[in-house]
Ligand binder design. Structure first.
Ligand code: PLP
Length: 393
């Protein structure tokens, strides 16, 4: 079949492909431990779900404005204003079907043919594909392993791209769990300002920050005067365990927000109205929201310690990035005897029934990613099976 050049090279998301295969094998009766998915294993907090159910019962089931209910945009902006310590304009806030749609809106609205967009690597698998969909060119720049793969202005300066129009950054990072400090973010922001490049900051894991204190640093923690042109992307999927509800948002200058709202109005219109009613609780009740985030955070941190401890005990030769945020362990799987992580993960899934994501999905096929958003017993059993496969247990 002949497809248009818009999509002819498009592939399904690599991470979703692995978890779909794992689910299929499980449905066929195999004993599968699925540590490939990027989603919390918790239920959505009850007070949030209740908002959605109530919304349906109250007949809040019709269209809303494409950018979302004004009261929801205001509630989210109030949370961002509290973080920034200044009043932000809610007209810059666009409610989207997950952070993914916010990223699509931003990339599609800002970049096009001839533009180069730097993607800090290892990257979340979708970024380069979205840049390519916009017919711009992704330029992958790796940070140094000694710096937990975080890029600095040194790596960015070394790349002599002519037409750099943007940089996509993700902190805390999927897949590494690395967290940029405030001074590192300041340096990156200064680089983007000097280059006149847009900074797209994906902060979807900002509230899943181990060892604290508080949330991971984000763009709005920087003084207003030091910010480049930016799009902040965030959402409820990870911090409120709401992956299936499909709710995210972008915050940017009003002019850009207007364009992204037009784009969304031509594509999907508003996101599901009951989801917005649920999100109104999540963002409108900060005390309840913070309590549930703290509760999930305690579990994530305990599992982080469990994974790190088991790796050190059972697979001591394997280097990994110590996760300071999110819920992933990024480790050097090629130390285990198979050079390609794609091949190693295939053997692990077919032989031991453990599903991980090969690092090829994030730009480096020597590494692999294990999600620790799973029960302690599943994590422990998975690492023991990995050790068994390489003859260590
Ligand atoms: N950004 C990053 C870094 C992610 O890991 C994910 C999901 O895995 C997303 C964005 C998309 O999140 P959502 O489910 O809100 O679209």
């Amino acid at each position: 079949m002949k497809f248009s050049s818009n999509i002819k090279d498009l592939q399904p998301s690599a991470t979703i492909a692995v978890s779909t295969l794992a689910k299929q094998l499980k449905a066929e009766g195999r004993d599968i431990l699925n540590l490939s998915a990027g989603e919390p294993d918790f239920r959505t907090p009850e007070f949030i779900s209740a908002g959605g159910i109530r919304g349906i019962r109250d007949g809040r089931t019709r269209y809303t404005p494409p950018a979302g209910l004004p009261e929801l945009r205001q509630a989210i902006t109030a949370r961002l204003s509290a973080q920034a310590g200044r009043e932000l304009d809610w007209n810059g806030l666009v409610v989207t079907a997950g952070a993914k749609q916010a990223l699509f809106n931003a990339i599609f609205s800002l970049f096009g043919p001839g533009d180069e967009v730097v993607v800090a690597a290892p990257y979340w698998t979708t970024y380069p594909d979205l840049v390519t969909l916009a017919r711009a060119e992704p330029k992958v720049v790796f940070g140094r392993e000694e710096n937990d793969f975080k890029v600095t202005s040194t790596e960015l300066e070394r790349v002599a791209f002519e037409n750099v129009k943007g940089l996509i950054l993700n902190s805390p990072s999927n897949p590494t769990g690395a967290v940029y400090s405030l001074s590192e973010l300041t340096e990156i922001a200064a680089w983007a300002r000097e280059r006149g490049a847009w900074l797209i900051s994906d902060e979807i894991y900002r509230r899943i920050h181990h060892d604290g204190p508080g949330d991971a640093p984000g763009l709005l923690d920087l003084p207003e005067g030091s910010l480049p042109d930016f799009v902040l992307v965030d959402g409820a999927s990870k911090c409120f365990a709401m992956t299936g509800w499909r709710i995210g948002y972008s915050f940017s200058a009003n002019d850009l927000a207007k364009k992204m709202i037009s784009l969304q109005s031509q594509m999907t219109s508003n996101i599901s109205t009951p989801t917005q009613m649920a999100a109104l609780r999540a963002y409108g009740d900060p005390a309840a929201a913070d309590a549930s985030i703290t509760e999930m955070g305690v579990a994530f941190e305990r599992r982080r310690d469990l994974v790190v401890g088991l790796f050190e005990e059972l697979l001591p030769e394997v280097r990994f990035v110590y996760p300071k945020g999110a819920f992933y362990l990024y480790f050097r799987s090629n130390a285990l005897g198979v050079e390609s992580s794609t091949e190693w993960c295939r053997q692990l899934l077919s032989g031991e029934g453990v599903a991980l994501v090969p690092g090829a999905a994030f730009g480096d096929d020597r590494w692999s990613r294990m999600s620790f958003a799973a029960a302690d017993s599943v994590i422990e059993e998975a690492i023991r099976r990995m050790a068994r496969m390489v003859g260590r247990a």
